[in-house]
Design a protein around this ligand. Structure first.
Ligand SMILES: [Zn+2]
Length: 190
């Protein structure tokens, strides 16, 4: 008699406990997921692609091949994570229209549509053409943590991204002119 009563009772108690645990666990999961998403948005812009153009095929070359292809200044910045002097690059106050490509692999990186005058002395953009065309990584080389921006196709160092940019992204991609190559838009003929 005792077993016939307790076994079904234990099954019911176990089922209720499991149900309440799942409910409780689910209610605690929601704010964690919300927090994780908001953190990701701050770290990396979720802006829509400007032109939706992506190049995902990777390019790998030897150090010697990069030295042969690039100028010493391009090599120092792109392959050795260098920085050009402020207000010295060819694109910092450039207002032409077109697509800025990577000097290493012709990957479409930034559009003149998102370029703005940051006053920093380096070409500045509030979004890349596509987030798939760049990659970002924490950079602690100067003692403070910055977010490095690289070409996602050939791994070239491009510059850094900061959170003090204009709307709509609030981001400032601070990029070296030396690693960019502008392909100007053809002017429309009437
Ligand atoms: Zn590249």
């Amino acid at each position: 008699m005792t077993d016939r009563f307790w076994i079904p009772a234990m099954v019911i108690i176990t089922a209720c406990s499991l149900g309440s645990w799942l409910t409780c666990n689910r209610s605690h999961t929601v704010p964690k997921r919300t927090q994780a998403v908001s953190t990701r948005v701050v770290q990396c812009s979720d802006q829509k692609n400007i032109r939706g153009e992506t190049m995902s095929d990777k390019i790998t070359k030897t150090d010697e091949q990069w030295r042969d292809q690039l100028t010493p200044e391009q090599y120092r910045i792109a392959r050795q994570k260098g920085t050009e002097p402020a207000f010295a690059g060819k694109y910092h106050d450039f207002e032409g229209k077109g697509i800025f490509r990577c000097v290493g692999c012709e990957n479409n990186l930034f559009s003149s549509e998102t370029k703005f005058d940051s006053g920093s002395g380096w070409p500045s953009f509030w979004a890349p053409i596509s987030k798939q065309n760049i990659q970002t990584s924490p950079d602690k080389s100067t003692g403070m943590t910055r977010i490095e921006v690289m070409c996602n196709r050939c791994g070239a160092h491009l510059g850094h991204v900061f959170k003090d940019g204009p709307a709509p992204s609030g981001l400032r991609y601070c990029i070296n002119s030396a690693v960019l190559d502008l392909v100007e838009e053809k002017q429309q003929q009437d």
